[in-house]
Structures are given as C-alpha cells and as structure tokens.
Design a protein around this ligand. Structure first.
Ligand code: 5RP
Length: 226
C-alpha cells in the first residue's frame, strides 16, 4: 500500500464518523482532501467549516455546503491531517501553512479526529520542522527573537519558509518560520515560549487537542486515543 492509499483509507474511515445535520471542520492537506472527497461521496446534509482556501475550493467543487467559523456556535466534529503524531496524540501541523485556521477550527470543535498514513506516527515530535506563523510586519526581528528562544532549547534558528514564488504567505497574510529540531524534548515548554513572542500568531504544536487518531496502515485503519 502506498502512503497515499493509507491516507485514503484513513480519510474514508473518518468520513463514516459524520452524521447528517453535523457541522464538520474540514482540514487541509492531502489526507484531509481524501476525507473531504469521501464525505462528499456520502451525500449527507452537513455543513463544512473549511480550514483553508484550498479546502474551501475543493469542498465547493464537490458540492459540500460551507459556512464560516463566524457563522456557527460550535463544530460537532473536525477531521484533519498532521505532519507528525507523537506520544499522547501530540501533533505537529502546519506543513501546508494552514495551522492558524486549523487550530481555530480545532479549538471550536467538540471532537477532533486526526487522520494520517503510518509514517506520521513518531516516538518523539521534531523530525518534521515545526511551523511558526508570524505577522509580516517586522518579521525579521521576530525571527531573531525566535532564534534566541530556539537557542534556549538547544535548537538551531528557524528559517523563513520560501517556495518557487518567494516567501510563503498564509491565508491570513502572515509568514511561516520553520524550526527544524530533530527532537523536541519538552513540547509544552516550547509552545509556551513561542507564544510569548509578540509577533508570533501561533505555532504548529497541537497539544491536548486530538481526541483520536485514525492511522492508515497496510493492515487497515488503526484507531488510537490519547
Ligand atoms: C496543513 C497541515 C496538514 O494537515 C499536514 O501538513 C499534513 O498534510 P498531508 O495530509 O498532505 O500529509 O497541517 O497545514
């Protein structure tokens, strides 16, 4: 089974959790896209809250009714991918630069299910560089403050994310710094330190947010709880 097949079966299993009438948070990335497709195929009367413009476009193409986070009191269920799934369902997210809207939607949800291929499960968070979303105004200064914090945690300075067309800008108009670490010894302490920097909007550490994980493996979908 390829990694994409594993993502697909995890997405399909998550789509089975959705019931008619629900408000559903729609994650971002290739695994979440499998979920969105499987959800659309079920033809249920639901409303989706997208976590990115990309997901909103996909959901619209597939005929899923969308509402904004501002328009709902609560979200029944959010399903989203992750870059790493560590102990206790601690997560690194934001590889797709959607971490801020994702975290806002997750925090407004009664139940959060993370879906992934088997390679995303790790013994310690940190192999995947941690995305940090930073306001554009003065971001080189914020980047230097982040480098100081990284040094306190014995980590190298974070790097501004760029792509073919230059600096990556998020749906919220911010930039991303990626902190490559190898291993994050104390994710909660690092999360607190990063949030203390004024220019930091948020980071991709999702701690105590996931209620369960559905991991696609060659032997089928495995369900994990914290
Ligand atoms: C986007 C994310 C994604 O969920 C994460 O990057 C995983 O992506 P994929 O499902 O394509 O492997 O956090 O910001």
């Amino acid at each position: 089974m390829t990694a994409d097949d594993q993502k697909r079966i995890a997405g399909e299993a998550a789509a089975e959790l959705v019931e008619a009438g629900m408000v559903v948070g729609l994650g971002t990335g290739s695994t979440a896209a499998h979920f969105v497709r499987a959800l659309a195929a079920r033809g249920l009367d639901i409303r989706g809250v997208p976590t990115s413009e990309n997901t909103a476009n996909l959901a619209r193409e597939l005929g899923i009714a969308l509402v904004g986070l501002d328009d709902v009191k609560a979200i029944d269920l959010t399903v989203d991918g992750a870059d790493e799934i560590g102990p206790g369902l601690s997560l690194i997210k934001g590889g797709g630069a959607a971490l801020l809207r994702e975290k806002l939607v997750w925090e407004a949800s009664d139940r959060c299910v993370v879906i992934a291929d088997a390679a995303k499960q790790v013994a310690h968070l940190g192999r995947f560089p941690l995305p940090i979303e930073v306001v554009r105004f003065g971001h080189p200064h914020t980047g230097r403050r982040l480098a100081d914090i990284a040094a306190e945690f014995d980590l190298p300075p974070p790097r501004l994310r760029t792509a073919d067309r230059g600096v990556v800008v998020t749906d919220g108009g911010n930039v991303i710094y990626d902190l490559a670490s190898g291993e994050i010894g104390d994710p909660a302490a690092l999360a607190g330190a990063l949030k203390s920097v004024t220019g930091v909007v948020d980071h991709g550490l999702f701690l105590d947010l996931a209620d369960e994980a559905l991991i696609g493996t060659d032997g089928g979908v495995v369900r994990l709880t914290p």
